[in-house]
Write a protein that binds this ligand. Sequence first.
Ligand code: 13P
Length: 341
Amino acid sequence: MNAIELMHVAKGMVAKGKGILAADESTGTIKKRFDGIKLESTEEHRRTYREMLFTAPAAAESVSGVILYDETLRQKTKDGTAFPQYLMKQGIIPGIKVDTGAKPLAGFPGETITEGLDGLRERLIEYRSLGALFAKWRAVIDIGEGIPSAFAVEANAHALARYAALCQENGIVPIVEPEVLMDGAHSIERCEDVTNHVLSTVFRQLFAHRVLLEGMVLKPNMVVSGKKATNRAGPEVVAEATLRTLRRHVPPAVPGIAFLSGGQSPTEATLHLGLMNRIGQPLPWALTFSYGRALQDTALKAWGGVAANFGAGQKEFGKRAKLNGLATLGRYTAEMESQAA
Ligand code: 13P
């Protein structure tokens, strides 16, 4: 894939009215999700659950792409079509999570570095041959007493940029995901400070690594108060702080920004996205979603691992996807929660 093709795929991932489904939970993470509905995490249960999401009626109207996990990329629908090929036929772009997780950063207690660079070129070549057109790498920055350190931010930004450059070399659009966690009791001001520092470091490293900004998608956290903060900032304050921070650091050459939900409730995540798209116009980039939990939680519960509830799970997923699609157009209102089918 050349630069033109990378740009074309990146644009498709952030197409108007659509966003990305993050269904790339590792085997360990999906087990935790299934524990919540008391379902054993077998390969077949994982396959069925992903099939439920991917084959939901009208999903393609609001879903531009799906991030898959290694196992899922190799699985098939019950009719025998490989998931990436099935998605492509619906007009949904398949992607793949390629990092191997955040591990403790030696010498920096409480901080992590994301692993997965060794052998990445070879893995990308294989993933591309299996149909993945984009990839994802998540760096994790925690806020706490004395952290994040400048060193941990730099090390994670460096790894993100090395990953992004390798992706583009191999014809794959990188989703660059530096996640500042919302765990903890910190204020929204502290989240804004840290997010400013992180984004400025990430873009400096992307430039240094000669990453084509037009051929990537940024997946950041929103600027929010910590989950355990007593006086959490309201939606308008979140929308304004997030827009201010992104405008300071994300060059207009980047085609789109697709937020992670990071532990926000499904309705909160939709409300914030909708507000930003309403009050932020004109925006230099597309502003959309790449949600995991905020798109899946209600669908997972509605399904509950019961075959008879397959359609009910699809309906819930379809509802959240549609409402988030409307949020990208600035057309979402809270009243739609009770109206949407
Ligand atoms: P959440 O939206 O659940 O944070 O997941 C998105 C994601 O892909 C995290 O890496």
